[in-house]
Design a protein around this ligand. Structure first.
Ligand code: BES
Ligand code: MN
Ligand code: ZN
Length: 499
């Protein structure tokens, strides 16, 4: 266990095995970033030729290690590039890089720019997120470095209440992001719907245990309850799996709440495509198809732990999209929660079916605003790449979610729901609504138009995280391979904006 401290100490005098400082590009050269002034002073006139000799350019993501030698008490100095304009996003990424560059140090001092609460938060989050590993299925972890016992975030405003709050809240949010990463990374055979629901209940117990814990309630609806409720979407998608579907509902009701936020997250624990089976390559990362559910659950408990004065109701459908004798077929008509019928044409467009039931439940709770998060379409990845989420829905909610993303350091982009898509969703010859019409273009927008049918009069935004939920490549910045925990931080900041 690492303990985190926020201190105003000077890095050149701090006793730590390693000290992390930033390098900024200024004019034609490089200089140490704010926060490292007395480290620069300690090196004095040696600094410039030293940096030049090491080839330090200060680009974002660059990392250089040098011995502290006789100049500093720290044995190791880690220089991380911050580019020309070291704002919170860049600092978060750089702290993440530093977290992987510091190995086998018992104590670390982070002397990155931290003279505002937003920067204190960025340093703290970046460090925690960037150092994440998922090794619970590995036997040989001896070669991996031990995490440091103590990490000090050095900040000139360490004694200000806003800085302390930002520092503590950053740890809570980062922990929630790591929780979401864990759930995404767990092999799909180990996290089928009943096991996923159990894991959520375990988080619930850990969050609410003891006196003074936040007021949260949880209900897990099993397959019998879902049948009773008429959740035909969740039952249709989950029918072929030997592990039955679930709907988890969580409610956080603080006394001082003025706004009621409903969250819905797609929890497909594995997406084979069903009878409309995916090609092998398309199935490779489909354990991540519950990333929206993971983000919504983790954000809900983080909001509760932070004590934000916002009522939150989370609705999390969980199903495994498999093939078999009991699988739904293209051509089947499902009756969704609330009674509307849907003509299924592609069993691989399953997310919208389980979300329809959950959105119906959410609307019944009469929230002021509704946000769903889902790894919904490959179309969104084609449109925006694998690091940016698409946001669709009502203009005001979309704008507020985009703004929360900017605060949280996550990239989101507004996408439209064109009127002709709405017409196509309503053009089934068989049922009230058409699930999919085999027109390839703009499939992510068609999916949003379908979801919109289930949002009633509630102001709503849909966040398609199919791209950024999973990192198939190597680590970069504070992102590590596998699940990213995308949307947890944005949801928490969105809730904060409602408070
Ligand atoms: N889970 C997938 C979407 C996805 C694709 C997530 C790539 C992450 C990465 C979803 O259920 C799906 O299969 N969508 C189809 C929709 C189509 C059948 C309309 C797709 O993207 O092709
Ligand atoms: Mn699918
Ligand atoms: Zn899916």
């Amino acid at each position: 266990m690492t303990s985190y401290l926020l201190r105003s100490a000077s890095p050149a005098k701090t006793r730590a095995d390693a000290v992390v400082v930033g390098v900024v590009q200024s004019g034609k050269g490089v200089a140490l970033a704010p926060g490292a002034d007395d480290v620069a002073d300690a090196f004095g006139r040696q600094l410039r030729p030293l940096l030049a000799g090491l080839g330090v350019k200060g680009g974002v993501g660059e990392v250089t290690r040098l011995p502290g030698g006789r100049t500093l008490p720290a044995g190791l100095v880690v220089l991380v590039g911050l580019g020309r304009d070291p704002g919170p996003d860049v600092v978060r990424r750089a702290a993440g890089v530093a977290s992987r560059a510091v190995t086998n140090a018992a104590s670390v001092a982070l002397a990155l720019p931290a003279d505002s609460p937003a920067l204190v938060r960025a340093v703290t989050e970046g460090w925690i997120l960037g150092g994440y590993t998922f090794d619970r299925f590995k036997h040989d972890t001896a070669s991996e470095a031990d995490p440091p016992g103590s990490v000090s975030v050095l900040s000139p405003i360490a004694r200000q209440a806003e800085a302390v709050t930002a520092f503590e809240e950053a740890q809570t949010v980062a922990e929630a992001v790591l929780g979401a990463r864990d759930w995404v990374n767990i092999p799909p055979g180990d996290l089928r719907p009943p096991a996923f629901a159990d894991a959520v209940e375990e988080l619930h117990r850990a969050t609410t245990k003891g006196r003074g814990g936040p007021k949260v309630t949880i209900t897990v609806h099993d397959e019998d309850a879902l049948a009773e409720m008429g959740c035909g979407g969740i039952l249709g998608v989950g029918g072929a799996s030997a592990a039955p579907p679930r709907l988890v509902e969580i409610a956080y009701r603080p006394k001082d709440a003025t706004t009621h936020l409903a969250l819905v997250g797609k929890g497909i624990t594995f997406d084979s495509g069903g009878l409309t089976i995916k090609p092998a390559s398309g199935m490779q990362t489909m354990k991540s198809d519950m990333a929206g559910a993971a983000a919504v659950v983790q954000a809900t408990y983080a909001i509760a732990r932070l004590g934000l004065p916002v009522r939150v109701s989370a609705f999390v459908p969980m199903a495994e999209n498999m093939l078999g004798e009991r699988a739904m077929r293209p051509g089947d008509v499902l009756t969704m929660y609330g009674g509307r019928t849907v003509e299924v044409t592609n069993t691989d467009a399953e997310g919208r079916l389980i979300l329809a039931d959950a959105l119906g439940r959410a609307v019944e709770a009469k929230p002021d605003v509704l946000v769903d998060v889902a790894t919904l379409t490959g179309h969104m990845v084609v449109a925006l790449g694998d690091r940016v989420a698409g946001v669709m829905g009502g203009d005001d909610v979309v704008a507020a979610v985009l703004e929360a993303g900017r605060t949280a350091g996550e990239q989101l982009w507004a996408m439209p729901i064109p009127e002709d898509m709405v017409e196509r969703v309503r053009a089934s010859k068989m049922a009230d609504l058409l699930q999919h019409d085999w027109v390839r273009w703009g499939g992510g927008l068609f999916a949003a138009a379908f979801l919109q049918e289930f949002t009633g009069d509630v102001p709503w935004a849909h966040v398609d995280i199919a791209g950024p939920a999973f990192n198939s490549g190597g680590a970069y910045g504070h992102q590590t391979p596998g699940g990213t925990g995308f949307a947890v931080a944005t949801l928490v900041d969105y809730a904060r904006s409602l408070a």
